[in-house]
Design a protein around this ligand. Structure first.
Ligand code: ZN
Length: 134
């Protein structure tokens, strides 16, 4: 079952500079920042009510995030939906013909397992599914 929008991911070139900007925008102190080697990224979270905004900076020129920024510039990168059972949702959505970037969950940071739906099958929107691990 899909529970809620967990976060909206924003691709940025420089997390330090973007954090300064978003600190002012959200009137918040320096955000919690985490390195996620599995996603070749460093992320910063701004909790906003029930969901959050995630700033993502690539740590590799070869990552899909770097390619995204190269092609489309900085901006909204993905929508993350929190589910109660990631494995079950992957099976359900595959049954409807949705394609996945990775259908084997990987560590997404902040204590979540994640899997990404391919934007080819979701009207151009990269959708991340996440399940809290603890
Ligand atoms: Zn995300």
């Amino acid at each position: 079952m899909i529970k809620k929008i967990n976060h909206i991911g924003v691709a940025v070139k420089n997390l330090g500079l973007s954090a300064e900007l978003f600190n002012k925008l959200f009137d918040r102190p320096q955000p919690f920042t985490e390195s996620v080697p599995e996603q070749k990224a460093t992320i910063a979270f701004y909790p906003l009510g029930e969901s959050s905004v995630e700033l993502i900076e690539s740590t590799s020129q070869e990552s899909s995030l770097s390619k995204f920024i190269e092609k489309r510039g900085e901006g909204i990168h993905h929508l993350c939906l929190e589910v109660d059972d990631l494995q079950e949702e992957i099976i359900r959505l595959k049954g409807h013909g949705f394609q996945f970037v990775n259908d084997i969950p990987s560590e997404g940071g902040d204590g979540y397992w994640v899997a990404f739906l391919h934007p080819k099958s979701t009207n151009g929107v990269l959708i991340e599914l996440c399940e809290k691990t603890n």
